[in-house]
Design a protein around this ligand. Structure first.
Ligand SMILES: *[C@@H]1O[C@H](CO)[C@@H](O)[C@H](O)[C@H]1NC(C)=O
Ligand SMILES: *[C@@H]1O[C@H](CO)[C@@H](O)[C@H](O)[C@H]1NC(C)=O
Length: 289
């Protein structure tokens, strides 16, 4: 969840190629267009207080009440009973993009998810299960290891009765540099933030993101592609043309909504004050609400 990678600089030169990319593939199961009031298909959510403690079931429910217009809620982990709490707090017409964050205990993660599903919902509440977040980007896993993680997760999930998509999440930069990732996931899920590029003004964030969707889709042979994290910070350092502010966050999200909102999960519901500030001082300040 730390986005400070110098590799993002490479994205600029790759954009030049994206104009010739093929049209986006049809989703294998179609989702309705993003709700006009929120503009993106989903939003990411983390269940921590500003000091990093677990929010209670009631606090999670009150957070989720503010997010009721998003089709999809993305979670990153299974700690804090977050899967159970979100299943209880979400609306019936919302589904979940779940995450197994710690790849040293994938089977334990699946078990926690399966227990929560059994108690508070059904597998129909789950759109996708992801394993690992930006591990190749961060140099924490090889492509071969990601393959093993996905195989382990898929086997455990199938055993628990889940038959939907299983993916790993990485950055567009890591996928473009490691096309071996394309074959591993059931569809290609990536995080991409125009802020880190440094050459993109907020109001062009959607154009930039669509170019990256087309580039990744093209690299991956036209496979279905979804952005599972994109947003804009409201505080922190200026990065070239990218200026953090609330106004620019709104401009970026509106641009993303117009260009590719139905393929994008917005990052993120609330400020992450529990995180370290990061080198650019932006990590805590991506909250939309
Ligand atoms: C998003 O909209 C585009 C353009 O209408 C379409 O090609 C694409 O399949 C849609 N994606 C999803 C996930 O529905
Ligand atoms: C779910 O239904 C409620 C009540 O009808 C509505 O307000 C909300 O916008 C819907 N959410 C989605 C994601 O469609």
């Amino acid at each position: 969840m730390v986005f400070s990678n110098i590799l993002n600089a490479v994205a600029v030169s790759l954009l030049a190629v994206s104009a010739i990319a093929s049209p986006l593939p049809q989703a294998h199961h179609m989702h309705k267009r993003a709700d006009a009031t929120v503009g993106t298909r989903g939003i990411t959510y983390s269940p921590y207080t500003s000091t990093g403690d677990c929010k209670s079931t009631e606090e999670v429910a009150s957070d989720l009440a503010q997010l009721a217009d998003y089709d999809l809620i993305r979670l990153y982990g299974v700690d804090c009973n977050q899967v159970g709490n979100v299943l209880q707090g979400k609306a019936a017409n919302q589904t979940l993009f779940l995450g197994i964050f710690y790849v040293n205990d994938i089977e334990g993660g699946v078990q926690t998810i399966a227990d929560a599903i059994q108690q508070y919902g059904s597998w129909d509440d789950v759109d996708t299960v992801s394993v690992g977040n930006e591990l190749v980007n961060d140099g924490e896993a090889t492509v071969a290891q990601i393959g093993q993680y996905i195989d382990t997760a898929r086997a455990a999930l199938t055993g628990a009765g889940y038959t939907g998509p299983v993916v790993s999440v990485d950055t567009h930069v890591a996928i473009i540099a490691n096309p071996g990732l394309c074959a591993l996931s059931d569809y290609i899920a990536f995080n991409a933030h125009a802020y880190f590029d440094g050459n993109v003004v907020a109001s062009d964030a959607g154009k930039w993101l669509l170019g990256n969707i087309q580039e990744v889709s093209s690299i991956c042979g036209g496979k279905r592609t979804a952005v599972v994290e994109s947003g804009w910070p409201t505080q922190g350092s200026v990065n070239g043309l990218a200026v953090p502010s609330k106004e620019n966050q709104q401009a970026a999200l509106s641009s993303i909504a117009g260009a590719c909102g139905n393929d994008t999960i917005a990052f993120t519901a609330f400020d992450d004050l529990w995180k370290a500030p990061g080198p650019q001082g932006v990590e805590q300040y991506w909250g939309i609400y």
